[in-house]
Design a protein around this ligand. Structure first.
Ligand code: PLP
Length: 396
């Protein structure tokens, strides 16, 4: 038999010519283990997914239990499936009152697609405003609102009627007009390299959307489920979206997304025409059971509040002249170097030393730090020592 790596390259579709090609046979907590038993500390959580760590026993038990009862029964929205109902009820209880109607999807991109359709349908408008340097997923609607031409130009024509504003720039808010159906924005920009907005900016954006009858869609697919110090980042800004997007950590390691709105807004998908959004696997019962178990762990262990303290420790420890900037909120952090080459060299050295990090789609000079929220103090200290040693070894 060929080594698995070669078979992967031959038979599995590739997304770039430089895949990481690491091969793992097991994962537990904050660690991944390769086939030789080498341990790696995970500082990226499968890109913001494994917030309660890998293979959490409560999540695994919920998956086993639900798989034993039933898996797929019917397309989303027809049958009353307990895991979907329980999870929607739990989320609604933790969110502002108006965000009480949950549409479960398969992924982040599907949540974006559903939300853009919902905004058009419920406002009767078709203009959309998105942000420069945003990332909302890779399907055609999500790509249309991505603020980076490099990844879009080969796929045009995309959705018409989209305008881009600059993140955190008050001046651009005047582009939001009574004709604008929605503004879609990451509360904290992720793939732009962790860009945290000013509180006053988000408040002004919220006010402008109210003035113009425009729906505010906040994409918390990467920032959600406790990562930035609260269940969702918007809670720290004194604003509420009209439509909230979540995915990634929502499923506790299983594929699950959701767009969440008021019943008054959400009802538009159910008439004229009905079946305004259809999904076969959206809200898969096993994924909902896993997600609910993960959320219970997150709440019981107060992981969101602890994310702030832990992020603070990373910030304190990661001091080096080669680090140009440290940006972050909770355990969603970026370390900026002078160039992609420097960043890549540090990342490669960290991986050799058993610490997994990465860069950002729209910010290749910055290193991504987003470990499971369950990471412990001594593991943070170890990770930071490896990063600093790697910097010393590869940057001179
Ligand atoms: N929105 C944000 C902010 C994201 O970071 C991502 C994925 O990285 C998405 C949407 C798309 O999610 P998915 O890959 O599940 O489609």
């Amino acid at each position: 038999m060929q080594p698995l790596r070669q078979t992967f390259l031959r038979y599995n579709a590739q997304t770039s010519d430089t895949p990481l090609l690491l091969e793992f046979s097991r994962a537990e907590g904050v660690f991944l283990y390769d086939s030789q038993g080498k341990q790696y500390l995970d500082l990226i959580s499968g890109i913001g997914v494994s917030n309660v760590g890998h293979g959490h026993p409560r999540v695994v038990a919920a998956v086993r239990e639900q798989a034993g009862r039933f898996m797929h029964l019917m397309v989303y929205g027809e049958f009353v499936q307990a895991p979907q109902v329980r999870y929607a009820e739990k989320l609604a209880g933790l969110l502002p009152e108006k965000l009480s109607c949950v549409y479960f999807t398969n992924s982040g991109a599907e949540s974006v697609e559903g939300a853009l359709k919902l905004a058009k349908r419920s406002t009767g408008r078709n203009e959309i405003i998105a942000c420069r340097n945003s990332y909302h997923g890779s399907t055609q609607g999500a790509l249309s609102v991505m603020g980076n031409e490099e990844y879009k130009q080969a796929y045009r024509p995309l959705l018409p009627g989209i305008q881009f504003i600059r993140f955190n720039r008050h001046k651009d808010l005047s582009l939001i007009r009574p004709e604008t159906a929605c503004v879609i924005l990451e509360t904290i920009q992720g793939e732009a390299g962790i860009r945290v907005p000013e509180k006053e900016y988000l408040k002004a954006l919220r006010a402008r959307c109210h003035e113009t009858g425009t729906l505010l869609i906040l994409d918390e697919i990467q920032t959600g489920m406790g990562r930035t110090g609260s269940l969702f980042a918007f809670e720290q800004y004194g604003i509420e979206p009209d439509i909230l997007l979540t995915a990634k950590a929502l499923g506790g390691g299983m594929p699950l997304g959701a767009f969440i709105a008021s019943p008054a807004i959400m009802q538009h998908l159910s008439y004229d025409p009905p079946l305004g959004h259809i999904t076969t696997f959206g809200g898969h019962p096993v994924c909902c059971a896993a997600g609910l178990a993960a959320l219970e762990v997150l709440l019981e262990e107060d992981l969101a509040a602890k994310a702030n303290e832990k992020g603070g420790l990373f910030r304190k420890l990661l001091q080096h002249p080669a680090i140009r900037e440290f940006r972050g909120a909770g355990l969603l952090m970026a370390l900026e170097f002078e160039s992609f080459e420097q960043n890549k060299a540090v990342i490669d050295r960290c991986i050799e030393k058993g610490v997994i990090t990465d860069w950002f789609l729209h910010d290749s000079r910055s290193m991504r730090l987003a470990p499971p929220l369950t990471i412990r103090e001594e593991q943070i200290r170890d990770a930071c020592s490896v990063i600093l040693e790697s910097i010393e070894e590869v940057i001179n």
